[in-house]
Design a protein. Sequence first.
Length: 279
Amino acid sequence: MKYVGPHVSAGGGLYNAPLNAVAVGASAFALFTKNQRQWFSPPLSAQDITLFKKEVAASGIEPRFILPHDSYLINLGSPDPEGLKKSRDSFINEMKRCEQLGLIMLNFHPGSHLKQITVEECLDRVAESINMALEKSSNVTAIIENTAGQGSNVGFAFWHLKRIIEGVSDKSRVGICIDTCHTFAAGYNFKDNYDNVWQEFDEVVGMEWLRAIHLNDSKRELGSRVDRHDSIGKGYLGLDFFKRIMRDPALDNMPLIIETPDESLWAAEIELLHSFEEP
């Protein structure tokens, strides 16, 4: 079974996130647990936590289908000692927020070398950062998202993901989120070679690490290394690709998160995607 939903707003209070998900017919959702443009936010109050848990329970959406995303400011592979410390402290704070809210995953972009250290050094710093966060939190799995490879971002090649996982000590609390737009932008031809891309991922990283999918079409062509999401079926990936996704049993029972740009289409996109499932 497929569990699909968008990255919803938590504006006005975290408890609004599950309400917003239900409003578009979602069976999964993503959210920011704090302002993503700030390093730190005020601590969660007891009321924040109680209201959020109450609305999650009322939504019927289990925590395993909720995929929080960390702040875009965080760079767990930063070459700058001050920036790295700030990123690690902020990431640990976000892991603890998830823990308090009863959430079991935190999705994040690995980081950037900023052209100051090698890719390998950056990847090893990311793994070290994950280790620090796992040591200072519990019950939350760190979910590494592959990137489009824009700028100096790491995580666009499958071997990058493998190297990070190899450096993580507690392998029971690390996983991968594959973003379909990012994968295509990074040069993996999901459109024409669907099975081959997953086979390569399995051989290099391992399907056992896959915990979530970001379902996005791409505004840019194959290998563009540019992260520009498009609405489902409106970009270079096209509808046939999303039919393959929805009929792929390997992707059952994990959150499939839409991060498409036009939120007025989310309800229709969710309905469309479910219509692709095998009867």
